[in-house]
Design a binder for this molecule. Structure first.
Ligand code: GDP
Ligand code: MG
Length: 440
């Protein structure tokens, strides 16, 4: 698990106020390993490494910043620079042409994007100009039906340029006209000729290159070729649900001087996300959402004061889980927001993980917490450390002391047991499990 070794390296910097060259080297090496594993181009990785090293050693950490936060921030900023912003897509009338090899996910992405625009209140239409692939018309028709958007195609016409022209006219009521094109198995001259002809006819406001996330370095030639023939304004990465990679798309972005527009994350028309640098970086590194996690922890620390200075959500995964831990975590979690959101940000614990928990394992409302606080205040140090040893007579004593029913004390112990069990479950997860979760 690459993310966890990077986290381990960063954790070693915790508590340090200065950072050595060796520390920086170690962090950079972990990042290199993650990025190369995700198929990011070697020269891009090297450039990034140099910038991180230079900045980490030369820039003065702002007052009060730890070495760890300083490095984390630089790493984050450099990665944002690497993946770039989201392609600018104003919610207005426009024509978008999709280009890419056969099987890259153009037709699927066309329907998904149409669905996406329709959810934004615009009226989209898909125009299918693929006369090369048998079944292309039926496929596009079906998918646009599922997306409940307008569609134009002509199964009896074999001139894609004519279909494009007729389609633009037939769907002129639509706000966003998405022109799907044919691909080929490889970059062949007739594909390039065809897409140039369609482009000349359509004169799209934006041309997007659709790439399979697993493409790797093959992306370079494709991107260059399409950039030279029609000009690429943005990249759509499809099939991100099937791979932890996606680095090839960065090569394409770099090669075309463009940005990433959308991510495809499944086979249905709703499986589309607008590209966001944060989430994508986390995916590349195999980590949870770095930026949000650090920000939230920082904010929570400010609110809970010095006492919980060293608290980190990931500590939940280590060691014995006592009532004291439970109290501390409930406090901090309440300052951070809904637990399910926090869990989503912890590496390896995305949505899939939450689904596996018993419904109420983590469901501690504010009122309930205040009650539990009072109960815990009436417990001895020994009882807080060893809640499992608390027997009936102790429950009676604590209930009386706290002014609550014995039932409430039992509920607290029950809640603790459930949380402890959940923590165990996380601890027991092997790397393979983690990876499977990450892919969900
Ligand atoms: P085209 O030839 O470029 O038009 O590619 P298609 O849209 O026909 O997609 C090729 C195959 O990839 C189809 O079987 C799609 O269902 C599948 N596909 C496309 N996008 C995704 C995606 O985001 N996730 C998954 N799992 N499959 C996808
Ligand atoms: Mg197609």
């Amino acid at each position: 698990d690459l993310g966890s070794s990077l986290r381990g390296t960063l954790d070693k910097l915790r508590g340090q106020s200065r950072i050595s060259e060796e520390d920086v080297d170690e962090v950079v090496k972990e990042i290199q390993r993650s990025l190369l594993q995700a198929d990011v181009d070697v020269s891009l990785v090297m450039d990034l490494s140099d910038s991180i090293k230079e900045r980490a050693l030369e820039e003065e950490p702002p007052g009060g910043t730890t070495a760890r936060d300083h490095v984390l921030r630089i790493v984050y900023e450099e990665l944002v620079g690497l993946v770039g912003d989201s392609t600018n897509l104003p919610l207005e009338e426009q024509t978008i042409m999709l280009a890419g090899l056969q099987g890259s996910g153009k037709t699927t992405s066309a329907a998904k994007m149409a669905w996406w625009f329709s959810k934004k209140g615009l009226r989209p239409a898909v125009i299918q100009t693929d006369t090369f692939r048998p079944g292309a018309y039926d496929q596009a028709k079906q998918m646009t039906e599922r997306a409940e958007v307008d569609f134009y195609g002509d199964p009896d016409e074999d001139d894609p340029v004519k279909i494009a022209r007729d389609g633009l006219e037939a769907t002129s009521d639509a706000d966003v006209q998405i022109v799907d094109t044919a691909g080929r198995h490889a970059l062949e001259d007739d594909l390039i000729d065809e897409i140039e002809d369609i482009e000349a006819e359509v004169q799209p406001d934006r041309s997007l290159l659709v790439l399979d996330a697993a493409i790797g370095q093959g992306a370079k030639d494709q991107a260059r070729q399409f950039e030279d023939s029609v000009g690429i304004d943005g990249v759509v990465i499809s099939k991100l649900d099937g791979t932890a990679k996606g680095g090839g798309a960065l090569t394409a972005v770099n090669e075309t001087g463009s940005t990433i527009a959308f991510l495809g994350t499944g086979e249905t028309v709703q499986d589309i996300e607008r590209f966001e640098p944060d989430g994508f970086i986390s995916r590349l590194l195999g980590m949870g959402d770095l930026k949000q996690l650090t920000e939230r922890v920082e904010r929570a620390m400010e609110e809970t004061g010095d006492e919980e200075e060293d608290w980190d959500p990931e500590d939940m995964l280590k060691g014995e889980f006592t009532l004291k831990d439970m109290r501390q975590q409930m406090n901090a979690l309440n300052n951070m927001g809904p637990l399910s959101q926090v869990m989503d940000m912890i590496p390896g614990m995305g949505g899939g993980m939450m689904d596996q928990l018993p419904d109420d394992a983590m469901d501690v409302t504010q009122d309930r917490m205040r009650q539990f606080e009072v109960v815990m205040d009436s417990m001895t140090e020994e009882e807080l450390e060893n809640p499992r040893s608390v027997g009936a007579s102790q429950i009676r004593r604590v209930a009386k002391g706290a002014g609550v029913s014995e039932e409430t004390v039992r509920e607290l112990l029950e809640q603790h047991k459930m949380m402890a069990r959940t923590m165990k479950q996380f601890q027991g997860m092997g790397d393979g499990d983690m990876q499977r979760m990450m892919k969900k």
